[in-house]
Design a protein around this ligand. Structure first.
Ligand SMILES: C[S@@+](CC[C@H](N)C(=O)[O-])C[C@H]1O[C@@H](n2cnc3c(N)ncnc32)[C@H](O)[C@@H]1O
Length: 325
């Protein structure tokens, strides 16, 4: 049980200063006011009498509330996907594994697993994951603006940092449009768009697991979908064989490393006046980016380029919107 002195509230401020100077204040408990008196917790552990400027004061047992301590925790850069956390492997160069685990669990006490992401590999853009802590959970449901996205970690591309971009792009679409999402992954753009507009989205991905998840995600969100989504599992190069030429009002090309390699596909599918949303990795320098793009897209007008996210030091992923002339 802590010990306190009870002093008149008029003299409290002066006496607290005096006690602090003497190093007697117990900072783990709070000073409490009771009617006209103030109870000051002390570091003293026995009932003694103190000789203070106001005279002799008795130290008595008391029960003041504990002061809430604020703990400073260094949090590594991380992504939360459903009830798991993913951190990059480079974090372990600066922090010990046990510190990473305890910091993350302190801030996110409900998470069930922490995965280390080693790298993004192959053309499916899937990461290699190593379990750092918790249960071997590989299937999670992420939520973006109410849209549910089932993800199979390590088997498909998924980046929760695209949530804002999915939403932002969906707001550019108008009712009645035909949209081709050429590299749809598990359906982030398609589901956001079809949830907010009466339109038709053809969503395609070469990865069969992403395609299966896209179908499951359409089912998961069926109550909120207003438009329609047609899932395809093709190499985007084959799209002009199955989609009527010059029929798309809008095409989303989210394959930032290699999006320029499919310029002829966009040309085939988008109608004159239609829009191409092209994602591209580039040095963070819009002039350099635009001149590279204009050398490929000669029959197009660039409406705007915006930085969507940083990818590496001085390198970013841009979205450039083109209008077909
Ligand atoms: C950056 S991810 C797309 C992410 C997705 N737009 C999203 O918002 O989550 C690129 C996707 O392109 C797919 N992909 C790669 N090459 C492809 C190709 N030739 N044809 C179709 N899809 C391809 C990959 O499987 C991967 O899912």
């Amino acid at each position: 049980m802590p010990y306190c002195i009870s002093i008149d509230k008029q003299a409290a401020e002066r006496i607290i200063v005096e006690l602090r100077r003497l190093g007697l204040i117990d900072d783990e408990h709070r000073v409490v006011r009771i009617n006209n008196n103030v109870l000051v917790p002390l570091k003293i552990k026995e009932p003694v009498e103190l000789e203070l400027s106001v005279g002799r004061v008795s130290v008595v047992e008391c029960n003041p509330p504990e002061r809430k301590t604020t703990k400073t925790v260094k949090i590594p850069s991380l992504d939360v996907v459903g009830d798991v956390v993913i951190v990059r492997e480079t974090v372990l160069k600066h922090m010990k594994a046990e510190d990473v685990i305890s910091a993350i669990r302190y801030v996110y006490p409900r998470i069930r697993a922490i995965w280390i992401k080693e790298e993004t590999v192959d053309s499916y853009r899937t990461p290699i994951l190593k379990l750092l802590w918790g249960e071997d959970i590989r299937e999670v449901i992420a939520k973006e603006y109410g849209v549910k996205l089932k993800v199979k970690l390590g088997e498909v591309y998924f980046n929760p940092r695209l949530s804002e971009e999915h939403h932002r792009l969906s707001q550019l679409v108008k009712d009645g449009e035909v949209i081709v999402d050429a590299f749809s992954g598990i359906g982030g753009f398609a589901l956001h768009i079809a949830s907010s507009r009466f339109c038709m989205v053809i969503a395609n991905d070469i990865n069969p697991v992403a395609y299966e998840l896209l179908i499951e995600n359409i089912e998961l969100n069926k109550k909120r979908i207003r438009g329609s989504i047609m899932p395809l599992n093709l190499d985007a190069r084959e799209l002009p064989d199955v989609i009527r030429r010059k029929s798309a009002d809008r095409l989303i090309a989210d394959l930032p490393m290699w999006s320029l390699e499919f310029a002829d596909v966009y040309e085939e599918l988008i109608k004159p006046g239609g829009v191409l949303h092209l994602y591209k990795v580039s040095l963070i320098n819009e002039e350099v980016l635009k001149s590279e793009l204009l050398s490929v897209f000669k029959a197009w007008r660039i409406k705007e380029c915006r930085l969507v996210m940083e990818y590496a030091p001085r390198v970013g992923i841009y979205r450039c919107d083109f209008i077909k002339l």
